[in-house]
Design a protein around this ligand. Structure first.
Ligand code: ATP
Ligand code: MG
Ligand code: MG
Length: 353
């Protein structure tokens, strides 16, 4: 439903400045449009050009991407030190809005795939996590929620002095804190409990996604690869132990999609670390009975289970060294602060600084 066809050698021209970008290859395709590696004949360098689909809703969101990213770049990170992609130019082209960015490398999902989905060495997990956190601190300071943090939206930076690095990209779903418009945000595996449940959200939702990403970098596979929203939520409860706090469940719009009100206090909630709650999550049978389409609940990838067990017993890791075990302990601790159901208790980027 879009007339967008980009082919090699096609020229994208910024009519205002008469600047030309020649398409060399396609880098990616997303919901919002296509991203092409282009030759900028004026600077004799490569740039990445995102050509947005020519539909009003996408155009509006792209304008948001341009305005939030230029604010982040110019006002909050003028010296390009905080691991946020640089925007270079934007212009209309045949009814499409085009945004040009500095050319970066592969995204982290591609990197994990290259590594046969066995996860990265802890040293890289640490370096990349620090850099993503640095970007999150700046976003928090600017009051910007990214709303779509995931490995596909974190790109390797070209090697400078051969030091590995990453940058956060894709502010196409971002918004200002306190001015949230959409309720259907974040990619499913990285979707925070408050968004799943339809509860007002803050920059804390990015910290949830961040936790999911850090775990995935280490284990090589998504932490909550749910085939449905219910599946994601039940995986969270199993993996982390506990569940969203009662006051959140009471006020959230979608609680009834996932939970049953089970009396004033529902006892014997074994899965929940002795937490006494008025709610319990629906059973799979209850969900299947309700949904005529019977979503096949995926049991793929690794066995479901507890976070600490997952991190420690992951088969591809070789935890011979005492130091490695200690690192794992620290990693589990770190992740627990991020994949925390209660957005008010979840670690904020400033706490982690
Ligand atoms: P989504 O479906 O996640 O919303 P999108 O349509 O908003 O995607 P982007 O995430 O901005 O588009 O870009 C899509 C893909 O293109 C990225 O995952 C990445 O692989 C590639 N890409 C984007 N920007 C760059 C860049 N500056 N340098 C290199 N590759 C890029
Ligand atoms: Mg993207
Ligand atoms: Mg996007």
């Amino acid at each position: 439903n879009s007339d967008l066809i980009l082919y090699v050698n096609l020229e994208l021209v910024n009519k205002k400045s008469d600047r030309r970008y020649i398409v060399e290859e396609m880098l990616g395709q997303g919901t919002f449009g296509q991203v092409a590696k282009c030759w900028d004949a004026e600077t004799n360098s490569y740039v990445a050009v995102k050509v947005i689909k020519n539909q009003p809703a996408f155009y509006q969101q792209a304008i948001m991407e341009v305005s939030l990213l230029s604010m982040l770049n110019d006002k909050f990170d003028p010296d390009d030190q905080h691991h946020i992609v640089r925007m270079l130019d934007f212009f209309p082209w045949k009814n499409h809005l085009c945004i040009t960015f500095e050319m970066l490398g592969h995204n982290l999902y591609e990197l994990l795939k290259k590594n046969n989905l066995r996860g990265l060495q802890l040293q890289f997990v640490r370096t990349f996590s620090r850099q993503i956190l640095d970007a999150l601190i700046v976003m928090k300071g600017a009051g910007i929620i990214h709303c779509d943090l995931k490995p596909e939206n974190i790109l390797i930076t070209p090697k400078v002095n051969s030091a590995a690095g990453v940058k956060v990209i894709d502010f196409g779903s971002a918004c200002m804190e306190g001015k949230t418009i959409y309720s259907y945000i974040q990619s499913r595996y990285y979707r925070s409990p408050e968004v799943l449940l339809g509860y007002p959200y803050t920059t804390a939702i990015d910290m949830w996604s961040f936790g999911c990403i850090v775990a995935e970098l280490y284990i090589g596979l998504p932490l909550f690869p749910g085939a449905s929203e219910y599946d994601v939520l039940s995986r969270m409860i199993e993996m982390v132990g506990g569940q969203p706090p009662d006051d959140l469940l009471r006020e959230a719009k979608n609680t009834r999609k996932f939970f049953k009100h089970a009396g004033s206090i529902y006892p014997g909630n074994e899965a929940h670390d002795g937490l006494r709650s008025s709610y319990r999550i629906l059973t799979e049978d209850e969900v299947e009975a309700r949904d005529s389409k019977k979503p096949k609940i995926g049991k793929w990838y690794f066995p479901r289970g507890r976070l600490d067990r997952l991190i420690f017993s992951y088969p591809w890791k070789n935890l011979n060294e005492e130091a490695e075990k200690e690192d794992c302990l620290a990693l589990v601790d770190f992740l627990r602060g991020l994949v925390e159901f209660d957005p008010n208790k979840r670690w904020s980027p400033l706490q982690l600084h």
